[in-house]
Design a binder for this molecule. Structure first.
Ligand code: 13P
Length: 258
């Protein structure tokens, strides 16, 4: 079993002052050596510095929510991977459905960004997932395969240790509706098989596949217990120290029991 990864995506919430407070509370609750799984938080770019500083004495890693494909230049409003590394981040979320939907990111751009993130030594949390009408039409696997193949075509097996895939069914994001544990497991197994077929059995096995979409303390145990669910990418429930800490505790109880 892979280690579980509990990742909080704060989206466009918590400026530096509020982000610092949440990070300070998490740092107190989770000092270095207090968990065996992996924990990541992804604040808005403007809050990254404050969060990195507050979490310096912990094992919690920091991520950004997006990057540009170039190192520097005339790209007003963008941030680059060298900047992200300089700021102390180890992860970047790429291809979130909100970026695909509201900022026009297509599979080609998502692939370029993922490649850049991994080439520069960061770990990419690549988001994939179908919309409600696609699931209703039974197209979820072909949609996700297309999203994955677009990226995998540009990566090699050696990149496996720097890739995390997050399955986020769009209909479950911020809606309170969650994929059932069976729906999640089915899709995660499908994703795992795509990875294994593109690369190899061992490379496909070691990629962590996270579930995202209204994960919260009440449903996390069942979701995280599924064989191919290696963690969660959590929006709403990551914005409060209590609920996020509960999710970390649930992950810990599953790995120490198992
Ligand atoms: P919610 O947990 O708020 O549904 O958000 C999920 C998500 O989009 C994480 O990236």
């Amino acid at each position: 079993m892979n280690r579980l990864l509990i990742a909080g995506n704060w989206k466009m919430n918590l400026g530096p002052t509020e982000a610092k407070k949440l990070a300070a509370t998490l740092a107190k609750r989770w000092p270095s050596g207090s968990f065996t799984n992996q924990v990541v938080v992804s604040p808005p770019a403007l809050s990254v510095a404050a969060v990195v500083q507050e979490l310096a004495a912990t094992d919690i890693d920091v991520s950004v929510q997006n990057v540009h494909t170039e190192d520097s230049g005339a790209y007003t409003g963008e941030i680059s991977t060298p900047m992200v590394k300089d700021a102390g981040c180890r992860y970047a979320i790429i291809g979130h459905s909100e970026r695909r939907e509201y900022f026009g990111e297509d599979d080609v751009l998502v692939a370029q960004k993922t490649k850049k993130v991994i080439a520069d030594g960061l770990t990419a949390i690549l988001c994939v997932g179908e919309k409600l009408e696609q699931r209703k039409a039974g197209q979820q696997e072909s949609v996700v395969k297309k999203q994955l193949d677009a990226v995998l075509d540009h990566l090699s097996e050696d990149d496996a240790s720097h890739l995390v895939v997050a399955y986020e069914p769009v209909w479950a994001i911020g809606t309170g509706e969650t994929a059932s544990p069976q729906q999640a497991q089915e899709m995660h197994k499908f994703i795992r098989n795509v990875l294994k077929q593109s690369w190899s059995e061992s490379a496909g096995s070691k990629v962590q596949i996270l579930y995202g979409g209204s994960m919260k303390p009440a449903n996390a145990e069942e979701l995280l217990s599924q064989e191919d669910v290696d963690g969660g990418l959590i929006g709403g429930a990551s914005l409060k120290a209590d609920s996020f800490s509960e999710l970390i505790e649930i992950a810990e109880s599953l790995t120490t029991d198992g």
